[in-house]
Design a binder for this molecule. Structure first.
Ligand SMILES: [Zn+2]
Length: 125
């Protein structure tokens, strides 16, 4: 199956390896893509794990996130721009738009998100 993040790669060679913990995201963009894919899978555990500990949602919020992520149909992800977030950076921004269908209407999430390294690993801040 093609990865839900739209990379044209196999899921297991793309976000799957990161979500399953086989490897760490090497860039902020990879981490962001894996989080989008986790939304399409309603994988709340990974969404919490990939969040900076200072901003991490609670277990109760996790249930709400999973419920919502399951209730919509994920349409696709577009990475618009990125700044830093490479192997030698400690912060990075990724600007993206994620499309989904909710109640029969197309909707989107647009963000210019900040990513940081925590204990050496990229996380969503
Ligand atoms: Zn992917």
């Amino acid at each position: 199956m093609g990865c839900p993040c739209g990379s044209q790669k196999e899921y297991n060679n793309c976000c799957g390896a990161i979500i399953n913990g086989e490897r760490d995201a090497s860039t902020a963009e990879e981490l962001m893509r894996s989080r989008y894919t986790a939304f399409t899978l309603a994988d709340g555990n990974y969404l919490l794990k990939s969040h900076h500990s200072l901003k991490r949602p609670s277990t109760k919020e996790k249930k709400e996130i999973e419920k919502w992520a399951k209730s919509v149909s994920w349409v696709g992800l577009t990475v618009i721009s990125k700044k830093d977030g490479q192997q030698n950076d400690s912060t990075g921004y990724v600007e993206f738009r994620a499309l989904f269908m909710e109640d029969g209407k197309i909707n989107d999430i647009y963000e210019n998100s900040l990513f940081k390294r925590e204990n050496g690993k990229w996380v969503y801040f």
